[in-house]
Design a protein around this ligand. Structure first.
Ligand SMILES: Nc1ncnc2c1ncn2[C@@H]1O[C@H](COP(=O)(O)OP(=O)(O)OP(=O)(O)O)[C@@H](O)[C@H]1O
Ligand SMILES: [Mg+2]
Length: 350
């Protein structure tokens, strides 16, 4: 007597020609019922009349009829849902980012932990290490990159494509540049997703080694849009040492894992405060959060960035630390992270 496990095992032999995995592993074989000598199952396809339908059905029938005691095979067809289609069949690369080699999206579960500070200084560190680098500010709730880099809130177009702003050796585009200074950001989910895709498709990013993306806090639509539009992106998770920040961070790690995105590692920000009156760093925001999260999640802790008044001040002045004090201790941390990430992606500056 053949059982369901054996049916699944046998069907490992039916491989999807473009996805190069078995229909079983792709989750396209469902609801297997074995009754006496007959097997009934459902095959989930992109479209009911998909071009591979007959080929798959014949292959399934042939393989199953070879199993002991099976005489009849009946295959029902259903369709994959939208989310499954997007996961299994990543869209063709969006035109504007065709020539971008690597993507790092800076995320966190919580607001105000220093994502933008990390995104801006990391992008500058890549550029300083000799890489062609872009910065996309996808923070729909409060795009602050124009402020941190003292850039105008507008964009120019050429031949139907949007041109990024050039500043400090970076190519920069912010959602804030698309709406004008005074517009309130009241965009709803679908509109946000559309706008982010628009910026990936219509901005002429050109040849880039790295595109750093500053995400808004949380696990909402912008993060999901990035995950679906750039499945090859790596995520950097910013956290502070506090326990309360970790709860939200765990949630965002789960979201990116669910979408099969690669998480490059954790950056603990505001780790400690160095005060001129004391030789010992003071841990104002708690202790060891990054290390704890790294242990439990298995993700590497890439850096611990101290609370540095100059880092905060320089960002607020439109002259980030990597530009105003590139040799400072904190700047060197960013340069080191950029070098380590470049080593991971085996990039050599040209
Ligand atoms: N290590 C640090 N030392 C001192 N100040 C910092 C540090 N990191 C960030 N700041 C300051 O903290 C504030 C919040 O930082 P930032 O805007 O980068 O956070 P964010 O996570 O992007 O916030 P939001 O969720 O609002 O986008 C800014 O004024 C910034 O200059
Ligand atoms: Mg921000």
């Amino acid at each position: 007597m053949t059982n369901e496990k054996e049916v699944r095992q046998a069907l490992q032999g039916v491989i999807h020609p473009s996805l190069k995995k078995s229909l079983v592993d792709l989750g396209m074989i469902r609801d297997i019922i074995i009754l006496g000598q007959s097997v009934e199952l459902t095959l989930a396809l992109k479209a009911v009349q998909g071009p591979l339908r007959n080929r798959f059905v014949s292959a399934i029938e042939k393989i199953l009829k070879e199993l002991p005691g099976i005489a009849q095979v009946s295959v029902k067809i259903t369709t994959l849902n939208q989310e499954e289609i997007e996961q299994l069949f990543p869209t063709i690369p969006l035109k504007g980012i065709e020539k971008v080699r690597h993507f790092y999206a800076v995320a966190s579960g919580k607001g105000g932990v220093g994502k933008t500070t990390v995104a801006v200084n990391l992008a500058l560190a890549f550029a300083r290490n000799g890489f062609r680098t872009g910065l996309l500010d996808a923070d729909v709730y409060g795009p602050s990159v124009p402020l941190m880099l003292a850039l105008p809130n507008s964009l120019e177009e050429k031949e139907g494509m949007i041109l990024p702003r050039e500043k400090f050796g970076l190519r920069v585009v912010s959602l804030g540049m698309t709406a004008g200074e005074t517009d309130a950001f009241i965009w709803r989910g679908p509109l946000v997703s559309k706008m982010i895709r628009h910026l990936l498709e219509r901005v002429n990013w050109g040849d880039l080694d790295y595109l750093v993306i500053d995400l808004p806090p949380g696990t909402g639509d912008p993060s999901i849009t990035i995950a679906q539009s750039i499945p090859q992106a790596s995520i950097l998770i910013v956290t502070t040492p506090q326990e309360i920040s970790l709860i939200d961070v765990r949630r965002s790690i789960t979201l990116f894992q669910k979408h099969n995105l690669h998480i490059a590692g954790l950056v603990e920000n505001m780790s400690s405060f160095r005060c001129s009156h004391s030789a010992q760093p003071i841990e104002i925001f708690g202790h060891g959060g990054g290390e704890k999260l790294s242990r439990e999640s298995g993700l590497p802790l890439l850096a611990q960035i101290p609370f540095d008044l100059e880092l905060g001040r320089s960002g607020d002045n439109g002259m980030p630390l990597l530009v105003s004090a590139p040799d400072s201790e904190t700047s060197r941390i960013f340069l080191k992270v950029a070098s380590e990430l470049a080593a991971q992606t085996a990039e050599v500056a040209r």
